[in-house]
Design a protein around this ligand. Structure first.
Ligand code: PLZ
Length: 457
């Protein structure tokens, strides 16, 4: 299959600094990466690990170049961060200009305009029409922590409801919110209290035919039985679960939960850290079901590669916390804000939401045809430029993490960066930069298809 006729071929990638083509010139990892890996082992804590130990020297658009001169197609975007592409020209320019002016003053000490502009931009993009406010932080986990702080403060309630397969971060509170033991929680307790986990909607593994509404009823019944609606400050959910396996809930699940929350004075908090900023074909994934969250967290793609995160929400909630109650030294750093304004401008002017939808169509077609020949691909799912396959023993729901590992390794050796995910480590996810051109996407999908053919043969 080819990308001819696709909208993905554009002036976007033709103007990039590095040719947008895959090129493997050494074994993977190459000798220089191997030397760095050895040096690393004597310097870097082994608890910090890397998916693929090829050391990056340069990157542009959808291409990563390593220290041995290998050019990889990046179908991971550094876990969904560089939606605008690596070293996006607008982001590079804005960051360089800001670095030359000032890099820090601390917004809590001496404020600056770009922080306001990022908040205005997010307020304008967030679903809903009422007055909205935003606060800025450094990382996704920090944004989630602050969303919970705000929800608890304004409701005067303590319980936080999260879901099976959820991922919200690695700090103490967000570890408690995250579902998976290894590697995120094991041995790191005690965890923050007043966190309650209920079943999500997982169509591939739920009873056949279970609707979104029924899955919501199942979750709500458990909340009412085990926690009590009047004790719940917020329900926190990823509209499509990321690390947990690109799990798309059945239609109706999110709206039913949101409705229940509104009826019981519970805040509905949507974690758009992986799904947000055009990844799924809209500015935010919750828009597909017309959800207007009370609070929303964003990070990752927000600043095109610089660390920045946000909580955006209804003004009366966000302004319900006493002055000085939230903040931090670096939150909304001016360089990160400059990057975010450029990234948002790039997402808008290149219409990368539309690009994400086109990437989704091409990818879905390809993955479905691959599934037709391989019963080991139990499920193909996702939305926009956030697509995945779940690998199982043919004809069962039994996870196949070993084939998943082999397929991802084969892709890496062939010069295609793909990431695994999932509670059962049996999901291969695709998160390409939204500026990827049609030929490069096709080449990356072809490599994945060959790896699947070889491993599942
Ligand atoms: N919420 C939905 O996806 C980060 C984690 C990688 P931070 N996902 C990548 C890893 O193994 O640490 C994430 C997310 C969702 C919150 C977070 C946390 O964002 O910026 O990593 O803190």
């Amino acid at each position: 299959m080819t990308g001819s006729g696709s909208d993905l071929d554009g002036p976007i990638t033709r103007s990039l600094r590095i040719p947008q083509a895959r090129n493997v010139v050494t074994e993977i990892p190459g000798p220089r990466s191997q030397a760095l890996e050895h040096r690393r082992s004597n310097a870097v804590a082994s608890a910090v690990s890397s998916v693929l130990p090829v050391y990056v020297e340069d990157a542009s658009g959808a291409i990563l170049v390593d220290v041995d001169g290998n050019a990889f197609i990046d179908l991971g975007s550094g876990i969904g961060v560089v939606g605008v592409g690596h070293a996006a020209p607008g982001v590079v320019e804005a960051v360089a200009a800001q670095v030359g002016r000032f890099t820090h003053s601390c917004f809590m000490v001496n404020p600056y305009e770009s922080y306001i502009a990022v908040c205005e931009a997010l307020n304008g993009l967030a679903p809903g029409s009422g007055p909205t406010r935003t606060a800025l932080f450094n990382s996704g986990a920090e944004a989630v922590e602050n969303a919970v702080k705000i929800a608890r403060h304004v409701t005067g309630r303590q319980a936080v409801v999260v879901f099976d397969h959820a991922y919200h971060g690695r700090t103490n509170l967000t570890m408690a919110l995250t579902a998976k033991n290894m590697p995120y929680r094991d041995g790191f307790g005690p965890f923050a209290p007043e966190v309650y986990r209920v079943p999500v909607s997982y169509p591939f593994r739920d009873p056949a035919g279970m609707t979104g509404d029924e899955a919501a009823t199942r979750a709500i019944a458990q909340i009412e039985r085990q926690v009590g609606a009047g004790n719940v400050a917020c329900v926190l959910i990823e509209p499509i679960q990321g690390e947990g396996g690109f799990i798309v809930p059945a239609p109706g699940f999110l709206p039913s939960l949101a409705r229940w929350c509104a009826e019981h004075g519970v805040l509905f908090v949507v974690d758009e850290i992986q799904t947000g900023l055009c990844r799924t074909g809209k500015w935010f994934a919750c828009e597909d079901e017309h959800i207007v969250p009370d609070l929303m967290t964003t990070a990752k793609a927000l600043a095109g590669g610089l660390p920045l995160a946000a909580v955006t929400g209804r003004a009366e909630i966000m302004d319900g916390v006493h002055a000085g109650g939230i903040g931090g030294t670096y939150g909304g750093n001016p360089v990160a804000c400059a990057a975010a304004l450029a990234a948002i401008d790039t997402l808008r002017t290149l219409d990368l939401a539309r690009a994400a939808r086109r990437i989704g169509e091409v990818t879905l077609t390809r993955l479905l045809s691959l599934q037709a020949g391989h019963p080991g691909i139990g499920d193909v799912r996702g939305r926009g430029a956030m697509m995945a396959i779940e690998l199982v023993r043919p004809g069962t729901l039994e996870p196949d993490p070993e084939s998943t590992r082999q397929i991802t390794r084969a892709c890496h050796r062939a010069g295609v960066m793909v990431l695994a995910c999932g509670t059962f480590a049996n999901v291969i996810r695709l998160l390409p930069p939204l500026v990827i051109d049609a030929a490069l996407l096709d080449d990356g999908l072809e490599v994945l298809a060959t790896a699947v053919d070889d491993v599942l043969a």
